[in-house]
Design a protein around this ligand. Structure first.
Ligand code: FPP
Length: 256
């Protein structure tokens, strides 16, 4: 008990301390995370890969809470890519159960904490139980106006862009849009993220230095932060470090 109390005290102190170190005026509004390294985390411990995903889910709880406290507007988490279907069926099944498992426990807290749940990705091809879980969460949080917790689920950026192009062509052919009006900002409205500002900061864990078909359009001017830390080991202090580095960067958007 005493240990538990000590631990609690320590975490409150370190949270308060770290929060003060960050500049409250320059918290990235939209943070996107490629949560990588679950499989390696499990392998290192002689556990099945899915144990890494389960642990990864627990990290999400902490990072959502922390993002909310810091005043982040949007947290996008790459939970399942359109390419992840290539994984063994048992792993895919496990991953598809995670939103349900997560939301069964967390939804009441998310509602209470004013979080808005949403999904970017092709929902139609998800198993019924996954779709049901996320749709329930979307419905029950739709009147909230706090942190947007955006799960990129069955998401692939190239197909999103191609679908956007097809819709533009349809609208041009149907006389709803003039080709001269196509530009960065009008095209953005044809993407799944039409109503979201682009990420300010991209974090990828596990030492991999690539985008893996994630938000290729939206990340054009985002700041990137990579870490060797595997996602299941990712803690508030790493998140905070990413934001601290972000705050030191100068964003020039191609200017000087
Ligand atoms: C990549 O690690 C991770 C994923 C493909 C899945 C990420 C999912 C979670 C962290 C949990 C999602 C939870 C909810 C609630 C949606 P990897 O398996 O590719 O790791 P490796 O590169 O070490 O093999």
């Amino acid at each position: 008990m005493l240990n538990k109390l000590k631990k609690q005290k320590k975490s409150i102190q370190s949270d308060t301390h770290s929060y003060q170190e960050l500049s409250a005026e320059n918290i990235p509004k939209h943070i996107a995370i490629i949560m990588d390294g679950n499989g390696r985390w499990a392998k290192k411990r002689g556990l099945p890969r899915v144990a890494g995903h389960r642990e990864g889910m627990n990290v999400i709880r902490k990072i959502v809470k922390y993002s909310n406290r810091l005043g982040v507007n949007i947290l996008t988490l790459y939970a399942f890519s359109t390419e992840n279907w290539k994984r063994p069926k048992t792993e895919v099944d496990f991953l598809m159960r995670l939103p349900e498992r997560f939301l069964n426990v967390e939804l009441p807290t998310l509602i209470e904490e004013n979080v808005v749940v949403r999904v970017t990705g092709e929902k139609e091809n998800l198993p019924q139980y996954t779709k049901r879980a996320v749709e329930k969460a979307i419905e029950e949080t739709k009147h909230n106006d706090g942190l947007v917790l955006n799960f990129a689920l069955n998401y692939g950026s190239r197909s999103e862009i191609i679908d956007g192009i097809k819709s533009v062509i349809k609208d041009v052919e149907g006389g709803k849009m003039a080709i001269e009006d196509l530009n960065d900002s009008t095209f953005s409205r044809y993407l799944m993220t039409a109503d979201l500002d682009d990420p300010d900061l991209l974090i990828r864990t596990s030492g991999e230095l690539r985008l893996s078909n994630f938000m290729l359009w939206q990340l054009a001017y985002s700041e990137f932060w990579f870490t060797e830390v595997l996602w299941p080991d990712f803690k508030e202090e790493h998140f905070e470090e990413a934001i601290r580095v972000y705050q030191k960067r100068q964003r020039r958007y191609g200017g000087v």
